[in-house]
Design a binder for this molecule. Structure first.
Ligand SMILES: Nc1ncnc2c1ncn2[C@@H]1O[C@H](COP(=O)(O)OP(=O)(O)O)[C@@H](O)[C@H]1O
Ligand SMILES: N[C@@H](CCOP(=O)(O)O)C(=O)O
Length: 316
């Protein structure tokens, strides 16, 4: 994690009191994640996760928190935010906007096999389908507009070959986004960061998906591409892993078949998914923030994934 803000026990006790969750038994900073401050909270009413939002504004939070509530009510294994007696699910802790959600069981599977990938594909398709009846709107704030703003910020830190790749990929993605096939892609709420470390398993059963704080309305295909780029590659080289990808895509399509436009644009959106995380990792690496427990992610990994996706476009 990151603990950007140290939460004194009395602040946690005050929140538990407002939410009628009983006595604080333990408060433990979490070493995982890079965006927000997270603590495991144990109290007489159970186990929870307290998140203090460090970069997001309070007005952005209802979209994420109500989306989680909607998906949880739709039967998906996602955290359900706790409300106070007035029904508020955005709280304030240490002067920061905060949420308290149930702690999901299980552990991340960082070396998933085809069965785990199939479970991920099935859950992702269900998430998309249940999300259709969610009526709030918020764009993916790490989408094309953000890429266009961020490329000039990170370019000065790059060597000539990296800079050329970044510029040419951005131009390519702007052209893709202007195409008729792209306009035809089905859209809805997407998680947009469903990496292995944001998913929990017990054995081969998927028991949790969390960290919805990059969610937004975007193409379902982008969400699928983000998953494939993390779950279904050779993690050392960034190369496509056919068996895991077939498992993930097959299980996804058993719930929702891809449209012709989606099949046509999957190679382009795999590149988009790699560009998005190369950019955010470059930003975090070269323009880091202070935090008590923060391990920045390696940007060169997604440069490799992007080069792989360009050199070997996926044929469905
Ligand atoms: N609802 C949850 N249930 C169980 N563990 C959680 C939950 N939310 C967060 N975690 C744990 O906290 C860690 C950091 O959370 P994450 O949302 O990834 O942080 P960040 O928003 O900073 O990226 C995760 O790796 C996981 O171990
Ligand atoms: N998954 C992203 C970064 C976002 O971190 P998370 O801990 O919030 O998932 C990456 O790997 O770059």
């Amino acid at each position: 994690m990151a603990v950007f803000t140290e939460v004194p026990p009395e602040e946690a006790r005050a929140l538990l009191q407002r939410l009628q969750l009983g006595e604080l038994l333990a408060l433990q900073g979490i070493a995982g994640g890079i965006e927000n401050t997270n603590y495991f909270v144990t109290c007489s009413e159970g186990e929870f996760v307290l998140t203090l939002f460090e970069r997001l504004r309070a007005e952005q939070l209802p979209f994420y928190l109500y989306l989680m509530q909607h998906l949880a009510q739709g039967g998906l294994p996602v955290p359900d935010p706790r409300a106070d007696a007035q029904g508020n699910i955005v709280h304030s802790v240490c002067g920061k906007p905060a949420a308290l959600v149930n702690r999901l069981p299980g552990k991340s599977q960082l070396a998933p096999g085809p069965q785990h990938c199939a479970a991920m594909g099935q859950t992702l398709a269900r998430l998309h389908l249940v999300g259709r009846s969610f009526d709030r709107q918020q764009p993916n704030l790490r989408g094309l507009a953000w890429w266009n703003e961020t490329v000039p910020v990170v370019l000065p830190y790059l060597g000539p070959q990296q800079a050329e790749l970044l510029r040419s990929e951005l131009a390519y993605q702007n052209a893709v986004a202007a195409s008729a096939d792209y306009a035809a892609l089905p859209r809805g709420p997407v998680h947009a960061d469903l990496f292995r470390d944001n998913v929990l398993f017990e054995g081969e059963t998927l028991t949790g998906c969390f960290d919805f704080y990059f969610a937004g309305v975007d193409t379902w295909l982008f969400d699928l591409a983000v998953c494939l780029n993390d779950w279904c590659i050779d993690w050392a080289t960034g190369a496509h892993h056919a068996a895991r990808a077939q498992a993930l895509l097959g299980a996804y399509e058993a719930e929702r078949a891809l449209t012709p436009a989606e099949r046509a644009l999957l190679p382009a959106l795999l590149r988009a998914g790699a560009l998005r995380f190369w950019l955010s990792r470059l930003w975090d690496f070269h323009l880091p923030r202070e935090a008590a427990l923060l391990t920045p992610h390696d940007p060169t990994h997604f440069e490799r994934v992007l080069r792989e996706r360009i050199a070997h476009p996926l044929q469905l």
